[in-house]
Design a protein around this ligand. Sequence first.
Ligand SMILES: Cc1cc2nc3c(=O)[nH]c(=O)nc-3n(C[C@H](O)[C@H](O)[C@H](O)COP(=O)(O)OP(=O)(O)OC[C@H]3O[C@@H](n4cnc5c(N)ncnc54)[C@H](O)[C@@H]3O)c2cc1C
Length: 503
Amino acid sequence: MNYKENYDVIVVGGGPAGIMAGLASARVGASTLIIERNGFLGGAATNSVLGPISPFHFGDEQVINGIPQEFIEELVKVHGSTGHLKALDAYGSGAYLGFYDREKYKYVAEEMLVKAGVDIFFHAFISEVQKEGDRITGVTAITKAGTKKFGAKIIVDASGDGDVAVMAGAGYVYGNAQTGKAQPGSSMFEMVDVDTDRVYEYIYQNPGDFEWKSDLVPVREYSDRLKQHYFVAQGFKKLVKKAVEAGDLCFGRDSVIVLNGIHPGSIHFNATRVTGYNSADPVEKSISEIEGRRQIESVSEFMIKYVPGFEKAYVSVTSNEVGVRETRHIKGLYILTAEDAGEGRKFEDVVSRGYFPMDIHNPDGVTGYTEGNSGGCWVDLKDTYDIPIRCLIPEKLDGMVLSGRCISGTSEAHGSYRTQGGIMGIGQASGVVAGLCAVKGVEPRNIDVKEVQQKLVEFGASVWRDEEKKAKEEAHATECVKKYMSRRDKCITKKEVMDQYYK
Ligand SMILES: Cc1cc2nc3c(=O)[nH]c(=O)nc-3n(C[C@H](O)[C@H](O)[C@H](O)COP(=O)(O)OP(=O)(O)OC[C@H]3O[C@@H](n4cnc5c(N)ncnc54)[C@H](O)[C@@H]3O)c2cc1C
């Protein structure tokens, strides 16, 4: 790869947002470079060993479309994803879950970007920015061979923590503006050689032991290699209590979330919580890694000792880095609020849409969702809401577009748009904005949003609701549920939830 000194667009960070931004920018016709500190793409989705992609959907309506959906389809083609499976009970997990193989995720993302003509510069950490007045003009990366400077007409900050914007002097809020606290991180892991049928049977036999649980149903075809009955559950409360009292378990929660791994015989864990560390601070982050690994050891040994089906299991993979849910929210031309999200507000300058409940993990303690939402909270939305272009444009800086989890929003709103589907939609929008601005020589704050929306629609994005499509998706999903469940002899989803499908 022959790297140039100057690009139309540089995307800093190759996570879900950066991947989509790079693809969209290149498709608009801008020469594009992605700079990533790791040697692979995917950000937290691969590096921090995440489980399934949360929905692209609000109910059964697919809200995130276009390049993010193309990515899912490419993954499905190479036996790397189940595509979107419908969660019969959306409480706690979201309406759909897309299981993916993390190694295939890295491969597919790379291939799509290379084919689109995007240059990717790995193992490079952005340490400085160049500016002319309030305009950012380039970045300096630290590499093994010293520093390397790149110039760009537009820089997309998809670093998650908003590193580039902060280096350039942007204002930001860390976590929640009122409390100064951010959602805790988690060290994720998976175990293999698990008898998943026995785990399912335990959940089935002990329904009261689980805060929430759901069967998952396919609505489209995917590889036979990945076929198994997928499910999600949070609980094992009795066993957790017993193990904690016996001194056999020490972790940052009071229950364990399990899901299948994408490959049969494996289980994915979202079961640890490292609370109270600022993950944008290197010292605190180092300590949190040690804390996270201790919790993985404790939870995995607990599973083997206490939970039926895990007797012969072992840990097959752990996160390379504590998964960071929340750090800085860069101040943009508009700050998306909890009310905007919760009320399903629409904006004329919409460039992507939000649809996921506000899911805020308890920043203080071990308890899960609490009544009155005083600790962790799960707040359903009245409707999808719009993400305006103004949330992607820093308040006072030019030459820059914000992307992914550092866009301008409050901690609560971020609790909704932070999952991968929302982030990919934002990534796609940020790439279109950056690409168009670079090609036309316009500042992001001056771009005509109608041109951005038109391009997004060309790429297949669902910028606005299509009622006819939504009705078809709902009918199709109900049909799939009935057909799939008619072949099963048991189900862990609550009866009152199941009854809704047979009204
Ligand atoms: C514990 C945890 C569980 C989650 N569970 C789910 C889930 O079940 N479903 C779901 O859909 N979503 C889940 N998410 C959310 C999902 O991971 C995020 O939405 C997504 O990863 C955010 O994407 P991003 O591209 O904005 O940032 P990131 O994924 O953080 O990517 C940022 C990228 O920038 C790179 N980078 C950072 N700083 C620099 C720098 N200075 N120079 C160069 N490169 C840099 C990083 O290496 C990284 O690749 C979870 C997140 C966490 C932390």
